[in-house]
Design a protein around this ligand. Sequence first.
Ligand code: NAP
Length: 474
Amino acid sequence: MPIEEIFRDYGEAHFRKLEREVIAALPESDCVVATGGGCVQSAENAANLRHESLVFFLDVSPEVSYGRISESSRPALTDKDPVDEVKYLINLRYPAYLRSSDFRVDADGDAKKVADEIIRIISDAVSPLSESDIASGVAGVGGAAVAGDAGDAGGEVSAGAVRYGEVMKSFSGVPMPEKKSDLLFSFVKKNPLGSICAIAGRPSGHSRTPYLFNTIFERYGIGAHCTYLEKETAGDVAGAVRSCGLRAISVTIPFKEDIIPYLDEINEDAAAIGAVNTVFNAGGRLYGSNTDWYGVMKPLVKSGIKVKSRKAVVIGAGGAARAAVYALMKLGADVTAVNRTVERAERLAADMNASLIDRGCLGTDGEPVKIPCKAGGIDKMREIMPDIIINATSIGMRAEDTPVDRENRVCLRKGVCVFDLVYTPPVTRLLFEAQSAGCTVISGVEMFVYQAAEQLFRYFGIRVDADEIRGILR
Ligand code: NAP
C-alpha cells in the first residue's frame, strides 16, 4: 500500500507504528536502508537502525528539499503551507537527525557526488588502519608528513590515519585506569572514524561513565568507545574535542563552568544553571547542555513525592546545588539554598531567580515558575523544617561524615524526603540516619543513572531504561 494511502486512510500514528515494526524487523545481513526523516524521532527506531550499522544523515536545505518533493505525492504532515512545512519539520527534527546518525553528508548537490562521499566515508570507516597508515597519521599530525608524503604508505594520508594521529597526540599520557588507553587506540585502529566519547575532568579516572557507556555500546551494537580526557584547562579539553573529532564529552569537576566560553552554543537549562555537563559535537559545532538537573528532577518525580509548593532545602552552592535548585524550582518547590559560605548561596539564589522568575521561565507543569529561591547558612535548615532535603555538598563520601549536623538532625523526621547527591558510597551516613528516622530516601546513584540516560539520548538518540543502567552499575 503506498504511503500516501496509509496516511489518508489510517493517519500518521498508524504509519509510524508500521514504520517501527518494519525497522524492528530489518535483517541482520548486509543491506542498505533508506528512511524518511520522521523515522529517527523515535528512539526505538534510532536504536534499531544503529545496531551494528552506520547511519548517514543526508543533510538537505529546506529549499532543496522542497524542490525535490514538491512534485511528489508526499502527504502533508501539518496544516502549514508546503514550503513552511518543510522548513518547520527540518528545524524541529534537526537535533534528532544529528544524534541518531554517525555521519552527516551535505546532500544538496547531485546524487553522484553524495554517493561518492558516502562511499569514501564507508571505506575510511571500515578499513582497519595498517601499521604504515598509523605511522603516516602520527607523523602527519606531528608535522613530519603531509598528504602525498606519507612514509611507507606512499599515498595521501587517509582521514582515519589523521584521526589516529590526533587521538595519539591528545590522549597519550592522559592518566587513566590501566590498559584503558590501549583500548582507545585499538578501537581507533579498527574503527578509524568510529564515535569517541569521553569523561572530561581533573581527575577523571575514577568516573564510572566510560564503563557504563562502553557496556551500553556493546549491548546496542553501537560503534563507539568512551574514554577519559584529563587536561590542564577547559580550553585544552575543547581543543581535543575538535582536533580528534570526539562525538561528545561528559564534563565534570573542575570544567563544568569553565568549558562554556569554548562552546558554540548552550541551551536554556545550562545557561540558567551556569554549568554544562554535556557537550555534543555536531560536525565541529559544540553544543553544551546540562543533564544534572534532569538527574535530580527525574528521581523526585518517579518516586511520586509531592514537590509543588513544598518546602525544600538544598545544602551546598556549587554546580550540583545549582542543578538541584533549578530542578526543584521547575517542579514548583519553595526552595532555600543553605551553604557553609553563605554569600555563595545568596549568589546562587539571585542567579536562579533572575533566570527562572525574571525571565518568566516555565516549570515542568507548563506554568511560570513563581516561588523565589531564598538563601542562608546551614543553621537556617531547622527554622524551615523542610519537606525535602537535598545534599549537594561533597560531605558524605567518607562513611563518618554527614552534612546534617546534630543541631539540624531534628529535620530528619517521618514524611521528609532526603536525596543525597553523593553516590559513593550509595548509602551515605545521611541516608542511613534519614531512613532510620522514617524519611523517604533517594541515593545519588539515581541522579547518576538519569543524567547518564539523558546523555546517551543526546549523544546517540537511544533511550536506555533506568533499570538497565542500574543493573550495569551494580
Ligand atoms: P562543588 O562545586 O565543589 O561544591 C561543593 C559544595 O560543598 C560547596 O557548596 C561547598 O561549600 C560544600 N562543602 C565542601 N566541603 C564542605 C565542608 N567540609 N563543610 C561544609 N560544606 C562543604 O561540587 P559539586 O560539583 O557541586 O558537587 C557536589 C557533590 O555532588 C559531590 O559530592 C559530587 O560527587 C555530587 N554530584 C553527584 C552527581 C551524581 O550524578 N550523583 C552529579 C554531580 C555531582 P563552600 O561553598 O562553602 O565551599
